[in-house]
Design a protein around this ligand. Sequence first.
Ligand code: UT7
Length: 324
Amino acid sequence: MFGKIEAVGAYLPPKVLTNADLEKLVDTSDEWIRKRTGIRERRIAEGEYTSDLAVKALYSALEEGGIEREELDLIIVATITPDYFTMPSTATLVAGKMGLQIPALDISAACSGFIYGLSIANSYLRAGIYKKVAVIGAEVLSRIVNWQDRRTCVLFGDGAGAVILGPTGEWEEAIWDVEIGADGRYQDYLITPGRGVRYGCETDRLFLEMKGNETFKVAVKTLSQSVRSILERNNLTPDEVDHFIPHQANYRIIDAVARGIGLPKEKVVLTVDKYGNTSSASIPTALYDSHKEGRFKKGDLLLLDAFGGGFTWGSALVKWGIGG
Ligand code: UT7
């Protein structure tokens, strides 16, 4: 038995924050942000928290797939902005809000969280342990961003995306492979130091901090290596990939990776212009947008690729199994 993506959904909060809005907050410009990142605007959650966004994304996926919520066996939420640090987990809150008493767990793998979630869900399905697993990437990054720091506040946005995985015997609609990795030597490059027991109340460093330039270089190198590795171990060439759905941190990173492995622009899915970097939500929301635009055909080969704080990374090869 293999794992299959049976449904995809998303929820983006309605409030739009444009680059022009940011010009009023910090010393920046629309031109700088667009040129250096490709971002034009991002969404901001108002009066809603990560579990609220996650619930809406999951309901969207259930509706898309014609699946009843009672069919779910397990909920996985990838997030670095849980409603509560420590407990209860956001996944537990999601299950509770949906009236479900089923296993629920959070994953902390920063922007790679969705791929990590896919890896776990896929393994449960392949092992025959569960039949319907929801993997949600949900973030309210606007709450951990320092709105006075122009080096970071222009980059991030809020949102949630969800997929529901089920079992299939058909290889041509299955998740072919998921590869994940981590390297803790880079822990200081992307960090929120003051949100755990290490510094706790002894620091005012409560917001996300990033060594942007250094992170950029490691991101391009690691993402390219990860993509090459997953293609090689599946005896595939980049030509055989129909769609490349990378983590949406910066257009220049995506472009460098795509060029490096020889994937033409037409195959690259981009949402960074309208949503910014939504961390674990970026890949599932991109999947949902592309699906709604009718971009994927049943049987298309999708290559997913993510990189984030830790550092962590992950890639996946997915045969699209939705549609006629
Ligand atoms: O999602 C997880 C992984 N995250 C990433 O992969 C993000 C990786 N990093 C990046 O995307 C880019 O490094 C950034 C977009 C964060 C920054 O772009 P950069 O081309 O690496 O710029 P930089 O940090 O080298 O800064 C260049 C200049 C600096 O000014 P000086 O020192 O040259 O005078 C910055 O102070 O740009 C300045 N700057 C800004 N100017 C206007 C930095 N942020 C801004 C800003 N507006 N918002």
